[in-house]
Design a protein around this ligand. Structure first.
Ligand SMILES: *Cc1c(COP(=O)(O)O)cnc(C)c1O
Length: 363
């Protein structure tokens, strides 16, 4: 394949072309340093400016208040499934809302470290909706309430935040961070693996309120898994994922240049509407989740025929629309339309669906 494709992968996922080009230009010699960013000491002055600019830009994009730390870590969202309970379960109790596989995995991991409680679930209808958030049975002594704010696999998202009755809210934002403005003050901790909506795999972003960073952690917590270790050293305790942070920083700049998160949200809503509007009038394809809870980032859909689904994915791929196969636990199709997916990509997909449907009707 000589041309770039429209990549609808759920992750690692599409990155802005401008960012890739700029990184390519700087690959051999970063701004007169005589070396690639990959070859630099993380303690050098030149790298220090890269990581500090990245953090400052992220703070500006998300309006992160001064009493929150921004950490660039490794280990993916999965490592946060353990770090969160190890560091935050001071009383040994935490509440989890189960809205899909990732939420369930976070919950299962937390059970190792204390009394993790599943206080609501949408498993009864195959995770096709977000449960009632106004009447959650929050535990009196809960150290935090954990949600997975966008369910990458099922294609649902929280349209509003749950009432946690004053308890600390922890959110896995892996597949929706930077897709729209959020009020950081409503959260105690936000985490996200970069490879969905930010940058390359290998960097994990954590935004944590300072009062939650303490030495009072689960006994035996390794040094590397304490937030305090990284917060005290501004993410430079040991070697951070230097190149990944550099690319994330480029994406932050790109987003600022696009007009910030309000502008991005508007664009994301327009992109998602193109696809959902088509699905809603289609006689062949249909969306798989409740309309009210639909994700802006991961659009899941099907036809009633597994063979047809398979053929659709294959023929789409031949047209340069790739990675549309749904997660194996849901089947059908999934189009991940993260920030970096241009509107032309979604338009091309809708055109192809239209064409595919018209052909089906004829045969
Ligand atoms: C992809 C994903 C994860 C797992 O991320 P890793 O970085 O592979 O550990 C966790 N939560 C959500 C919501 C995801 O989309």
């Amino acid at each position: 394949m000589n041309e770039r494709v429209f990549n609808f992968s759920a992750g690692p996922a599409i990155l802005p072309e401008e960012v890739l080009k700029s990184a390519a230009e700087e690959m051999m010699n970063y701004r007169g340093s005589g070396m690639s960013v990959m070859e630099m000491s993380h303690r050098s002055k030149v790298y220090n400016e890269i990581i500090e600019t990245a953090e400052a830009d992220l703070r500006r994009l998300m309006s992160i208040p001064d009493n929150y730390k921004v950490l660039f870590l490794q280990g993916g969202a999965w490592t946060q499934f353990s770090m969160v309970p190890m560091n935050l379960m001071k009383h040994g109790i935490a509440d989890y809302v189960i809205t899909g596989s990732w939420a369930k995995k976070a919950y299962d991991e937390a059970k190792t470290y204390g009394d993790a409680r599943a206080i609501a679930s949408s498993k009864d209808r195959d995770f096709t909706y977000i449960p009632d958030l106004d009447h959650l049975k929050i535990s009196e002594d809960a150290d935090y309430v954990h949600i997975c704010e966008n369910n990458t696999i099922y294609g649902t998202t929280y349209q509003k935040l749950p009432d946690t009755k004053g308890k600390v809210l922890v959110s896995d934002m892996s597949s929706m961070i930077l897709s729209k403005p959020v009020d950081v003050r409503r959260y105690g901790l936000i985490y996200a693996g970069a490879q969905k909506n930010v940058g390359p795999a290998g960097t994990t972003i954590v935004i944590i309120r300072e009062d939650l960073i303490t030495d009072d952690v689960y006994p035996g917590t390794p040094t590397m898994l304490k937030y305090k270790t990284h917060a005290d050293k501004n993410s430079l305790f040991n070697t951070p994922p230097t190149y990944g942070i550099y690319l994330c920083g480029k994406v932050f700049r790109w987003l600022l240049g696009m007009g910030g998160l309000e502008a991005i949200e508007k664009r994301n809503k327009e992109k998602a509407a193109l696809l959902y509007d088509y699905l809603d009038q289609s006689e062949l394809f249909y969306g798989t989740v409740e309309r009210h809870d639909r994700s802006l980032m991961n659009v899941t859909f099907k036809t009633d025929d597994d063979e047809l689904n398979e053929r659709f994915v294959k023929e789409a791929e031949a047209k340069g629309l790739v990675n549309l196969k749904g997660h194996r636990s849901v089947g059908g199709m999934r189009a991940s339309i993260y920030n970096a997916m241009p509107v032309e990509g979604v338009e091309a997909l809708v055109r192809f669906m239209h064409h595919f449907e018209a052909n089906e009707r004829r045969t």
